[in-house]
Design a protein around this ligand. Structure first.
Ligand code: TPP
Ligand code: MG
Length: 588
């Protein structure tokens, strides 16, 4: 990069301030610089244009200049307690809002956010990761600058593996195009991207603004029409069609069209676990979450008895397929995702998911109405507490089911929170958030922060195991500082119960924290210790009434209590481990 191609704004802005004497030679440069943007400003403008209003992260000296610019912009910086929490919060923000952003310092921050970004990649959540980096001019040959791991490029190489596009904004001449290319990839592929900004480039004004010409992606018209014809005739010929809706229907905003296809043609709908709540679970055509033999019987039967399964945005992960207990014959399947369209045993390569769904929604296939299985509406059951009765997982989730309203978002962490959570009935769409495929512990509490920044009107109910809470629960501190009011329920079963049922040992024990006392430490929030059903009802009622701060319920559970879903899953996993005798075995 030639220094002649850049102009520094700090110098320039001094020169254009009215009433000050201007250097004779500097004046023309200053006029230009006033109109043009620095690399930081351009990046901030692009993020704002794409709907970003909050950026999560922790600053450091390599990124302070960019933080300063962010603070002067219309985007709010949300400081978190750890970088991985910032990543989880930004991921949840993206799931609600369409795009999220995290901003961290070089390596110590960037490498700490890797796990959250990997989760966002695996579960298709569009996230822009911005990291500061040492300035180009201070990187002398092999300079041992602080935070450097191996090469100056090491962090970018790590992110290359877990993002769909990346760029180091080193050259001012290409920086704007690179920003456009990278952020557009995130929007298009609904996956994370990575931008690295050396600190001596943040305030540089390129001589020319050179944004990228936006690319419009189109399906091949002939392929699209052939795919639609083939799908239509499969659906028209079938007696028992069913739709299996996955996470991408949400990510690409296709929910209304998907429901339209179902309603027009009387096709029953199921969702995958990762796609849970993508359509309202109280819809008359909705049957349940399909998880092979691991899930409930009604969705399993309707999917596996179907003679045509239309899968929209569904990824065939092991969890979605009930640890490979799913019985799906590819000869009956139409499988449309953003990456591929497979109908029976062949593929259409140039058909976009959105075009496919839009075209399908225009057609009617003349499917006959099918008799749907009777679905028990678990929400309608009032919860009658039994005094002096210890809380069990089953009763806890019955209570949670009974309080769900339209404004709530259920956020589940890994463990029984997720497995039992899969059986909750979601009323609206996008109200169930969980790392249901990547299954990283520690997602839920920081995710509540992201959800509330994205939509302050909603009420998150956070279900989190004690193990997962001990990883990232301190993000309640940020939640408290911002005056947010999620209800956090800690399933305190004194350790890693999911693992106890696969293979038990002392490695599954953890400390028994007084979770309900955390408000004392943080300086606010309400804590409740819950042992009996009566305690549970009192605590939940008080938490629902508390709109001013978070509520934290420490719910004591037996370490060997578990939901039906966890029982099915861990038996299966234990079998896979060749350790079937360990399933459910108690340590003496
Ligand atoms: C970050 C991370 N580390 C380790 C694991 C492996 N793991 C899966 S479930 C689990 C135990 C979870 O414990 P807890 O949060 O208390 O939930 P519980 O199983 O008790 O319901 C562990 C350690 C993981 N999924 N994620
Ligand atoms: Mg636990």
């Amino acid at each position: 990069v030639k220094e002649t191609s850049v102009v520094r704004t700090d110098k320039a802005s001094k020169l254009v301030r009215p009433g000050r004497s201007r250097g004779r030679n500097a004046q023309p440069v200053a006029r230009n610089a006033r109109k043009r943007r620095t690399i930081s400003q351009y990046l901030i403008d692009r993020l704002y244009q794409l709907g970003i209003r909050h950026v999560f992260g922790i600053p450091g000296d390599y990124v302070l200049g960019f933080y300063d610019q962010l603070c002067k912009s219309r985007i709010e910086v949300v400081g978190t307690t750890r970088e991985d929490c910032a990543g989880f919060a930004a991921d949840a923000y993206a799931r609600i809002h369409g795009l999220g952003a995290v901003c961290v310092t070089y390596c110590v921050g960037g490498l700490s956010v890797v796990n959250s970004v990997a989760g966002a990649y695996a579960e298709k959540s569009p996230l822009v990761v911005i990291s500061g980096a040492p300035g180009l001019r201070e990187r002398g040959r092999n300079a041992l600058l602080h935070h450097k791991v191996r090469d100056f490029d090491t962090q970018r190489q790590v992110f290359e593996k877990i993002t769909v596009a990346n760029a180091a904004l080193e050259d001012p001449l290409t920086a704007f195009r690179e920003i456009d290319r990278v952020v557009e990839a995130s929007v298009r592929y609904k996956r994370p991207v990575y931008l690295e900004l050396p600190r001596d480039r943040a305030d540089v004004v390129p001589l020319h603004e050179s944004p990228m010409t936006p690319i419009t992606w189109r399906s091949d018209a002939k392929e699209l029409s052939e795919a639609i014809d083939e799908t239509s005739s499969m659906l028209a010929d079938s007696k028992r069609p069913v739709m299996l809706i996955g996470v991408e229907a949400h990510r690409f905003g296709l929910q209304d069209l998907v429901v339209q296809i179902a309603e027009k043609n009387h096709i029953p709908m199921c969702s995958t676990l990762l796609g849970k709540s993508v359509v309202s679970e109280s819809h008359p055509l909705y049957v349940g979450v399909y998880e092979g033999a691991m899930g409930r019987e009604a969705p399993r039967k309707i999917i596996e008895d179907a003679d045509c399964v239309l899968m929209i945005g569904t990824f065939m992960t092991d969890i979605n397929l009930g640890i490979y207990t799913a019985q799906l014959d590819p000869a009956h399947c139409i499988c449309a995702t953003s990456e591929d369209l497979r109908i029976r045993h062949h593929h259409y390569h140039d058909v976009l998911l959105t075009d496919f769904v839009k075209e399908l929604a225009k057609r009617t296939f003349g499917c006959a109405k099918q008799a749907l299985p009777e679905i028990e509406d678990r929400r309608l059951k009032a919860f009658e507490p039994r005094s002096d009765t210890p809380v069990t997982v089953k009763r806890l989730f019955q209570k949670v089911n009974a309080i769900l309203t339209e404004e709530m978002v259920v956020i589940c962490d890994v463990g029984d929170a997720l497995f039992a959570g899969a059986d909750l009935t979601m009323l609206r769409r996008t109200e169930f958030l969980a790392p249901a495929y990547y299954t990283s512990m520690g997602f839920a509490v920081p995710a509540a922060l992201g959800v509330l920044c994205a939509d302050p009107r909603c009420r998150p109910i956070v279900l989190v195991g004690d193990g997962a809470f001990q990883m990232t629960g301190m993000e309640l501190s940020t939640i408290f500082r911002r005056g947010l009011a999620p209800i956090v329920i800690v399933l305190n079963n004194k350790g890693y119960s999911t693992e106890r049922f696969i293979l038990d040992g002392p490695f599954n024990d953890i400390g028994n924290w007084a979770y309900h006392k955390i408000p004392e430490l943080i300086g606010g929030g309400w804590g409740f210790e819950v042992r009996t059903e009566t305690d549970l009802v009192k605590a939940v009622d008080a938490a629902l009434a508390n709109r001013d701060s978070f509520s934290l319920l420490n719910v004591h559970l037996d370490p060997y209590d578990r939901s039906e879903a966890m029982d099915r899953l861990t038996r299966r996993l234990a079998q896979q481990l060749g350790n079937s005798s360990a399933a459910g075995r108690r340590r003496s």
